[in-house]
Each structure stands twice: as C-alpha cells, then as structure tokens.
Design a protein around this ligand. Structure first.
Ligand SMILES: Cc1cc2nc3c(=O)[nH]c(=O)nc-3n(C[C@H](O)[C@H](O)[C@H](O)COP(=O)(O)O)c2cc1C
Length: 307
C-alpha cells in the first residue's frame, strides 16, 4: 500500500478544488491510501479580509513568522511515500498557515526524507514564495520532486485589481461591466490538474521511484520571465518595510497603522511602476540576455520544468 499525505490550506476553497482534482486519480487507484490534512491556525485568518488587516499580515508573512496551529490529525511518526503540499502566495511568501506547518515539529518529522510535490494557486506572483518553500522544505530534509503552479486567468494587469477585490469582499466578480475581470484560476485549468494525479498514480502503480522527473512534460509550471526582476525588487522592499513594521509591535498594534498606510502607497506605486518597467527592460534586453533568461526559467520551473 502506497501512502500519500496531502497538506493544504485554502480560504475561498480554490486551492482545495485544485488539490481535489490532483488527488482524484490517487483515490481511485487501487493500492493507494490518501490522507488529507487541512492546516488550521489557532487564530483563523479572516476571509474576506478587512483591508488594513490584510496589509498588516505582510511583515509576518515575509519574515516567515510561524503562527500557532491547532493540533494535526495525522500522526507525525507516520511515513508517507509522497507529500502533496498545497499553498497560496501571501506577499511573495507562502501563506502563514503553510509557513507554520513547515516550521512545526510535526511538519518537520512528516517531511524528513520524503518526496514532496508543491502546488501553488495564486494571482500570478509565486516565484519568491516558492523560493521560501524550497528553503523550508530543505531545512526539513524533504526532497522536492515536483512543482505545479496555477495562476489567475485575468493575467498580471487584470488580476492586479480583481484579486484584491476578491479577497477583500469574498466576491470573485467580474465587476464594473467586465472592466475588472473575474478573479481566480480558470475552472478549466483547475479541472485539468487531474493530469498531475494521473501521472503520480501511474508512477506509484508501476513501482517507479518518485524523482524529479515525476511531473515532466505536463506543462505544470509556466515561468513569466517578465516578473522575475520585479518579484526580486518588491521582496527586497518587503524585507525593509517588514523589519520596520515588526519593530513597531505585533500584528494589530496601533503604532503600525500610520506606517502601514505609507507602505500601501509604496506598494501600489511599486506595482504600477516597477512591474511594467522591469517587464519592458526585460523585453528590450531579451535578445542580449536569452541565455540568462533561459537559465532563470529553468531554475524557477524546476523540478517539473516548463514547456
Ligand atoms: C494576504 C494575501 C496576500 C496575497 N499575496 C499574493 C502574492 O504575493 N502573490 C500572488 O500571486 N497572490 C497573492 N494573493 C492571492 C492568493 O495567493 C490566492 O490566489 C487567493 O488568496 C485565493 O487563495 P485561497 O485558495 O486561499 O482562497 C494573496 C492573497 C492574500 C489573502
């Protein structure tokens, strides 16, 4: 009997839907047992988010401060053939409940020496978040064998407004007669995620090892090279603002509020200027930097590889 552990957290249920598609073929397969563990913070994060509370979460997200979690159902001493870790990006970092799981004693024990497939479903900026997840997995002694990344169908510009309005109101839209498109991953893409579970089930059934080739050739990841530079620049800024805000008190502290307002202005300005500027520079320099971009894409799409 092969055992697969699924660890996930989702606010709207979107990531749960993605993970359910991947897990479907594993549940249907003979000889595979699937256990799903939903991460539950002791103090739940709100959904929809009050706007200031949303921004007030970023320093802890960026600095990977683990929140307290409710006890897990799964026995940390159990060994699994594969762990599927579903997460969403929060401020270019993994969401805080997943950060908490990856730093918990239970997480460390479950992940040690175990192959892991990461699954992210987010707006469209996940590169730096996956970097953090890679680091946390390595610290647990886990072996990353596959990565799946799904992004919002509205694209970078459309989702710039669509996704915040979704998480602030709970309503995906579309809004304003379609001027702000529907938020979230295209349901057809979610349904098509079944192919990843089919591949995993066939590898398990054949008794082949779960290695870095697991999800190759399935179009599991598309790296938008135009976002690499801006994600790096914004993360550097996040670290500076985050340090300042954390020095003013814990989440919810009154002293944080005026600085948070300045940070929001900075963030919007960054997204409206640095993101398009970095994308333009990347496009203009593309003929000269083809090899470097190819190396960056290979790095960020590893281990699944892009098309
Ligand atoms: C606090 C917060 C921060 C977010 N930051 C990012 C981000 O940095 N990059 C991104 O692509 N999406 C970001 N999103 C969108 C989420 O990754 C995700 O698409 C959305 O919250 C739905 O996830 P769910 O499965 O939890 O409902 C953020 C959402 C929240 C609530």
């Amino acid at each position: 009997m092969k055992k697969v552990l699924v660890v996930q957290y989702s606010q709207s249920g979107q990531l749960t839907d993605v993970v359910a598609q991947i897990v479907g073929p594993l549940r249907e397969a003979a000889g595979v047992e699937v256990i799903v563990e939903t991460v539950r913070p002791v103090s739940p994060y709100p959904f929809p988010w009050p706007v200031l509370r949303f921004f007030d979460t970023f320093p802890e997200a960026v600095y990977l401060d683990p929140p307290a979690l409710q006890a897990f159902q799964v026995d940390p001493a159990e060994r699994f053939d594969l762990v599927i870790l579903g997460y969403q990006a929060w401020f270019l970092s993994p969401s805080l409940p997943i950060t908490g799981f990856l730093q918990s004693e239970t997480g460390r024990r479950l992940l040690a020496d175990t192959p892991v497939v990461t699954v992210v479903a987010c707006r469209d900026m996940w590169l730096m978040a996956q970097e953090q997840v890679r680091g946390l997995l390595a610290a647990c002694g886990a072996r990353l064998v596959g990565h799946v990344a799904l992004v919002d169908e509205a694209g970078s510009i459309g989702s710039f407004l669509a996704t915040p309005f979704w998480v602030w109101t709970g309503n995906r839209g579309p809004r304003l007669w379609g001027l702000i498109p529907r938020a979230g991953v295209n349901p057809r893409e979610i349904a098509a995620s079944r192919r990843f579970g089919e591949r995993i089930a066939s590898v398990l059934a054949a008794g082949r090892p779960l290695d870095e080739t697991l999800l190759r050739g399935l179009d599991a990841v598309r790296v938008n090279e135009r976002l690499i530079g801006s994600e790096r620049a914004i993360r550097r800024g996040f670290l500076l603002w985050g340090r300042l805000l954390r020095s003013l008190g814990p989440q919810g502290a009154l002293a944080r509020k005026p600085v948070l307002l300045l940070y929001i202005v900075w963030l919007v300005a960054m997204i409206l200027t640095v993101v398009p500027l970095a994308a333009l520079i990347k496009t203009l320099l593309a003929p000269l930097t083809r090899n470097r971009i190819a190396a960056q894409k290979a790095y960020y799409s590893a281990p699944s590889g892009s098309r």
